[in-house]
Design a protein around this ligand. Structure first.
Ligand SMILES: [Zn+2]
Length: 113
């Protein structure tokens, strides 16, 4: 399962971050997930609960925000958000574009105590 291995590396990253910053407990993380990343937020949440976590993350709450990609249309130059691969330009209906982001997974915020 893709989400499970993703969570394992997420936990490892958070654990290292906690050590680096001298945090004893991380209570909440805000995760940004690109809409085009093929990651299912629900599956990710499920995996995060299931995966083994160190003490510092035992009660960590996971907040997930979906982040759309940013596109610039080749046809009319319009900037628009891409939520799905099949989204086309709302201005002219074209699908030729420069795409930026939308497939990344990032820790946007971390709350510790
Ligand atoms: Zn266009």
């Amino acid at each position: 399962m893709h989400e499970l291995s993703l969570c394992r590396s997420l936990v490892t990253t958070l654990e290292q971050e906690a050590v680096t910053r001298g945090l004893t407990r991380i209570v909440r993380i805000d995760l940004g997930i690109g809409c085009l990343s093929c990651v299912e937020p629900e599956a990710l949440r499920f995996a995060f609960d299931a995966v083994a976590k160190p003490q510092s993350l035992a009660r960590c709450e996971l907040a997930i925000r979906r982040v759309p990609g940013q596109a610039r249309c080749h046809g009319c130059g319009r900037h628009y958000e891409v939520h799905r691969w099949l989204d086309v330009c709302p201005g002219c209906g074209g699908d030729s574009r420069d795409l930026e982001g939308g497939d990344e997974i990032m820790i946007e915020q971390m709350e510790a105590c």
